[in-house]
Design a protein around this ligand. Structure first.
Ligand SMILES: C=C(O[C@@H]1C=C(C(=O)O)C=C[C@H]1O)C(=O)O
Length: 356
């Protein structure tokens, strides 16, 4: 080994010891935070975590990219929170789905993750106190809203305490090393749709077989080298498959937004969003009248979506996301005025804008 390499490795060893000592100090500090919080739950504070990540990304002197700094600190906070109190996080399973990746993106690797069979089961687990948090998909940039999540948000007492945006990258995977012997492709219908141009160009002859989830597709491909699956990277790792073609989605910006649900929402972080659902009286101009207070108080709306109400033909409920926390004076004033005009208003929760 050259002298130069040896010297640099010694320096890295010394720095690692320093980092480890500091990490242990941070972990002990988090344990003391846990003692202070006892009897005053929740332990998980998404607004504080968002502030930590944003601050460090701003302080970052390089050469590590900001995203790398955030993901390292994401994991540090995950294990620190785990020392305070282990968290139970329910998500739409099975293991290896994009919902699991979204859950890990938000919570790191320390919690006990619980794979649920349906989105409704995620809500029920949180409502019953069997899970502390739930992660559910709410919209996809190409497929649109996830209606079942919107309906459950309206009916359930849970609150929204966070959001996660996940880039959806689809991978073609198999037990085999190449595509030559492949006879069929399994995937969820939505993923097949998201890759259909690539499939038409590259593998037009292979039958595409829709199954219940991408993770199920990967499991099936794991049992049969003549089958491939389209799924996320997490599923390839879980089932020990080779990625034959990476990132084959037709739209490279394909993103799914997930919400984190709990029995409470989040405190203010300085960059927050508030989700609402309301209904408008059934008369001309009603929606315009309802939204007026937002403009009057300078509150920006980032999403407005309608769903037919369960109550009657051609009645609608509206789901809106607005910028700011409900404790901000302008947001509070706009919400008060809106509640006076709406037939019905439910604030689903305020939470930090996704920090990673
Ligand atoms: C340490 C705390 O508890 C948790 C752990 C955090 C951390 O490790 O920085 C931040 C927020 C909480 O989810 C805290 O609330 O400050």
């Amino acid at each position: 080994m050259s002298d130069e390499l040896l010297k640099l490795r010694n320096e890295i060893d010394r720095l690692d010891e320093e980092i480890l000592a500091r990490l242990s100090e941070r972990a002990r500090c988090a344990q003391r935070v846990g003692e202070v919080k006892k009897g005053n739950a929740p332990f998980y504070r998404p607004e504080r975590e968002a502030q930590v990540l944003r601050r460090l990304a701003e302080l970052n002197p390089g050469p590590l990219p900001a995203d790398a700094v955030k993901s390292v600190f994401r994991e540090i906070m995950s294990v620190c929170l785990g020392l305070e109190h282990p968290q139970r996080v329910a998500y739409l399973g099975p293991a290896g789905t994009f919902s699991e990746s979204a859950s890990r993106k938000q919570f790191g690797s320390a919690p006990n993750f619980m794979a649920m069979a349906t989105i409704e089961d995620v809500f029920r687990a949180v409502e019953a106190g069997n899970a502390d948090y739930g992660v559910v998909p709410v919209e996809n940039s190409t497929e649109g809203a996830v209606s079942i999540t919107l309906d459950l948000l309206l009916a359930s007492p849970v609150k929204v305490c966070g959001e996660v945006n996940l880039r959806i990258h689809q991978q073609l995977m198999s037990r085999a090393d190449g595509i030559g012997a492949a006879k069929r492709i399994y995937s969820h219908a939505q993923s097949l749709a998201q890759c259909h141009e690539w499939l038409n160009r590259n593998l037009p002859h292979l039958p595409r077989i829709p199954v219940a989830s991408n993770a199920e597709a990967a499991r099936l491909a794991g049992e049969d080298p003549e089958s491939c699956a389209i799924a996320g990277e997490a599923a390839a790792q879980l089932y020990g498959l080779n990625i034959l073609a990476p990132n084959i989605e037709d739209d490279p910006n394909n993103t799914t937004r997930f919400l984190v649900i709990a029995d409470h929402d989040a405190g203010a972080s300085g960059r927050d969003r508030t989700s609402l659902v309301f209904s408008a009286p059934n008369r001309p101009g009603a929606i315009h009248t309802l939204l007026e207070p937002l403009a009057q108080h300078g509150v920006d709306m980032t999403k407005l979506q309608s769903r037919p109400a369960q109550s009657g033909l051609w009645e609608y409920v509206f789901y809106a996301d607005i910028q700011g926390h409900q404790s901000d004076p302008a947001v509070a004033a706009a919400l008060k005025a809106l509640s006076e005009r709406a037939a019905f208003l439910k604030v689903l929760g305020s939470y930090p804008v996704a920090a990673i």
